[in-house]
Design a protein around this ligand. Structure first.
Ligand code: SF4
Length: 459
């Protein structure tokens, strides 16, 4: 799929007992958010840290887990940066990890270098660390980050007094608090809590700075939030289907998006098909929603190879295409002679859906009707979640400029995409239908990759 520069997950916990096993498991449950690097830092009077190239379950060994002592700690999974990072300064020793993208990173690095600051690798997380140290205390540092950094981020910082967790003032990325007797934790997604037998407490609010210690959660600062801008792509694709983000279950969102696609088909005269099927895994919720609304039989037509990685979070296009080939194989018995409604989350370049349609037709499918939960992707993402350039976007090959503002334009694009990928028809949710299906006010969402509108408020 698309070229992405950063997509990652964070987990932190303060516990009445040794915490490393919980961090290890928490990161394992966030692994879908990034598979290139992982790292854990714990504190028992001093910070211990181990980072790896690769996934949590295949890189950490027993000796390292035994070394990571302490009752509190943080962890990170990532596509691009090896985190956490530690620093020694007048603030003492801290470890910091973040999920997001700093749009003005080059400017900030230049400014900090001009002030005499040195960088180890020039990672974005080092910029945040330098700003915090310069501010003199962690809360002032996070406040300074909110003023200086343009972009999207969730931050966790391990310090002597506890773990600080902060979400940018727009709440682009998810960040949620969970607890159980003697354990207080923060995670990019709630699924980590349910699998650690902890209960979800609440989302960290946009602009909120929370200190997590052995006594629980303490809001130490609430920065002004100009508006909310939750990444709508999280519900459609990025997050795991067993998570709940800002009060909306991911599964519910995907079911609603699929129902919305079925409603459009019904409103436009109905679609005669034998089965509705997902492109696994992210298409499953959408296909189930389509099935519920249309009454068309739900039937898997691809076998998912559970040992293959998610194609989207591979770091290069070549790796993504190779992984996509390994990921799915056709179930010929379910396909032969069938008219199939094939549901997926989005189309970026269109190469993967083209291959899927080709595979189904080769296996004897009579018709393949592609239904896409997200509206056509028209703009790159600046906030570290999705595509990075216009060239990657199939819809931009058809509409070189402007937006899809009418159903007529949407239908023109759909007909062109259908001919490009060899499908019998293609339909997307319009932006209006997409927002309605999520049930979240439009002005609380980031929709920039569909409508081009940056949610950042100039101050
Ligand atoms: S531009 Fe798109 S992918 Fe990026 S944060 Fe906004 S909605 Fe999410």
């Amino acid at each position: 799929m698309s070229e992405i520069r950063d997509n990652c997950g964070v987990f932190g916990i303060s516990s009445s007992t040794e915490c490393v096993d919980d961090i290890y498991s928490g990161l394992d449950f966030l692994q879908h958010r990034g598979q290139e690097y992982c790292g854990i830092a714990t504190f028992d009077g001093k910070i211990h840290m181990v980072t790896h190239y690769g996934k949590v379950a295949i890189t950490f060994d027993d000796r390292e887990l035994a070394y990571l002592k302490g009752n509190m700690g943080i962890g990170h999974v990532s596509l691009w940066e090896r985190q956490p990072v530690t620093s020694q300064s007048r603030l003492g020793e801290i470890a910091i990890a973040f999920s997001g993208n700093i749009m003005n990173a080059d400017t900030l690095i230049r400014e900090l270098k001009n002030q005499g600051k040195a960088f180890y690798r020039g990672y974005s997380v080092e910029i945040l660390s330098q700003i915090i140290i310069e501010a003199g205390d962690i809360v002032s540092g996070i406040t300074a980050i909110a003023n200086k950094v343009k972009g999207a981020y969730c931050l966790i910082i391990l310090a002597r007094e506890g773990i600080y967790a902060a979400r940018d003032c727009y709440g682009f990325r998810p960040l949620v608090l969970g607890q159980d007797a003697g354990r207080y934790a923060v995670s990019s997604e709630s699924r980590a809590f349910q699998n650690l037998e902890m209960e979800v407490v609440r989302d960290v609010r946009p602009g909120e700075i929370v200190l997590i210690d052995q006594n629980g959660f303490h809001t130490v600062q609430q920065l002004k939030s100009p508006r909310r801008a939750h990444c709508a792509f999280e519900w459609a694709y990025t997050a795991s289907i067993d998570s709940v983000i800002d009060g909306l279950f991911v599964q519910e969102a995907r079911n609603n998006l699929g129902q919305s696609l079925a409603k459009r088909d019904i409103d436009e005269g109905g679609l005669s098909a034998d089965v509705v099927s997902p492109v696994p895994m992210s298409g499953i919720g959408h296909a189930l929603g389509y099935h519920r609304r249309s009454g068309i039989t739900y039937q898997e037509v691809f076998l998912y190879n559970r040992y293959a990685d998610r194609s989207y979070t591979q770091s290069t296009q070549a790796a993504r295409e190779k992984m996509a080939k390994r990921k799915l194989s056709v179930l010929p018995y379910a396909v032969e002679g069938k008219r199939i409604v094939l549901c997926d989350d989005s189309i970026v370049r269109g190469t993967q859906i083209l291959n899927k349609v080709k595979d189904l037709k080769k296996a004897g499918a009579r018709e393949v009707h592609v239904r896409i939960a997200c509206p056509p992707l028209m703009y790159p993402c600046d906030y570290g979640v999705s595509t990075r350039s216009y060239e990657e976007l199939a819809a931009r090959q058809f509409f070189r400029s402007g937006n899809i503002t009418t159903m007529k334009k949407l239908r023109e694009l759909e007909a062109w995409i259908a001919s490009k990928i060899g499908a019998d028809s293609v339909k997307y949710n319009s932006i209006g239908a997409f927002v309605k299906a999520l049930g979240i006010p439009k002005n609380a969402l980031c929709l920039k990759c569909w409508d081009g509108v940056s949610p950042l408020v100039e101050t």
